[in-house]
Design a protein around this ligand. Sequence first.
Ligand SMILES: CC(C)(COP(=O)(O)OP(=O)(O)OC[C@H]1O[C@@H](n2cnc3c(N)ncnc32)[C@H](O)[C@@H]1OP(=O)(O)O)[C@@H](O)C(=O)NCCC(=O)NCCS
Length: 429
Amino acid sequence: MIKLKEKFVLKTQRTLDLWVYFFAPAQLIRHSDLTLSILTRDEYWMPATEKTLPTNGKSPPVTTRGLEGVIALETEICDIDGQKGELIYGGYDIHDLAANTTFEEVAFLLWNGRLPNRNEADELRDALASERILPPMVMDILRMTPEDANAMAALRTSVSVLSLFDGEADIMTPEANYRKAIRLTARIPVIIAAFERLRKGLDVVEPLKHGSTAHNFLYMLSGEEPGEAAEHTFDVCLILHAEHGLNASTFTGRVIGATLTDMYSSITGAIGALKGPLHGGANIKVMEMLQDIDRTGADPEQYVLDMLANKERIMGIGHRVYKTIDPRATILREMVDTLSAERGERKWYDMSVKIMETVEREKGLYPNVDFFSASVYGTLGISTDLFTPIFALSRITGWTAHLLEQWKENRLIRPRAAYTGPRGLKTGR
Ligand SMILES: CC(C)(COP(=O)(O)OP(=O)(O)OC[C@H]1O[C@@H](n2cnc3c(N)ncnc32)[C@H](O)[C@@H]1OP(=O)(O)O)[C@@H](O)C(=O)NCCC(=O)NCCS
């Protein structure tokens, strides 16, 4: 059940505060359900939060800053229960998927709404393998990219350039869009690995004709085939980052896609949104914080207390939807614990746990996916500024799934803003 205090505007312009009770789980209640029309005697009531009622020519007030709690659309791809800390992709709990599937199977699930059978999984793996090639122009741009360029900017630019060499870029049939989703999923890892090798002055490593996305990416990055443990750990990270509802980058992608522009435009925009430190960029900031604590020899607890006293945000902590621990953080925490024990390098894990406990005690806030993923990638020896591109490498599956869904029943996404500026000014010219 959810309980809402609603301000009702009567036709007579009188306002009334009423409690409204919905006897259903919050996730089953659509925004349209909140459009109550109750006819009582000669008065017509409408909830003020719906903002569809013209109010004497004035702009209606803003519903909620940052669209918090607003249900913008319906989806079958993913659901998050922020109170219970549950995450499902297409009906499957994230713990089940992380333990029992591969990233490629999850990609298929997101795109098709069901897990693949063995043939379908093999077909997708082959399709990804055959698409792991970059147009020469993209490689040339990566060669010309300054070595200190922002890795997300390099990825964003390269993805945009990919569209110039895809003959199907503007073909909007479901089949062509599905092929583009596969192409992008295959090529983003190649871009990131090539960017990393080139800026280090190393030769680009050609992808293998076989193997998973995780295997190929780690191979292209280092030039050495990864061990089973590293591949599995990375594969689970990809599963955990693949999809997360209407987060900022996915919403960006859907808004762009809803204009019926091409998939590359949407994904270029989504990468731009993911780059921000309040979104995917947080995993880099987490590692930088851990490195700073390590370098200065600071006590992690005191370090965080000082940050909080200065009203600074602790990256990787807090979430707009989860009001308890993010289930992905729980899985990642266990992985860092195991990985650190295996490699005899527990410092990132120990620091992270201290920080987590301090923020929970002081602010009642919990880690999100970025908090422990930073330590996983750090322990795997991956360069810190690649953490967010790796997020994109996985989230490309969720972004493209949302675009495929959006285009099934497209409607332009176009909200309104409440104008608060002046009116009636005259230029006097
Ligand atoms: C993710 C995030 C933007 C969501 O924030 P939000 O829903 O807008 O929450 P608010 O900004 O309204 O914050 C609510 C309260 O929690 C505090 N808070 C939220 N995240 C915090 C953090 N990471 N560190 C310290 N305090 C935090 C705010 O200061 C605020 O406290 P106050 O009420 O005393 O002022 C926010 O938690 C954050 O900035 N986290 C760090 C960045 C990050 O990890 N992003 C990745 C998300 S997956």
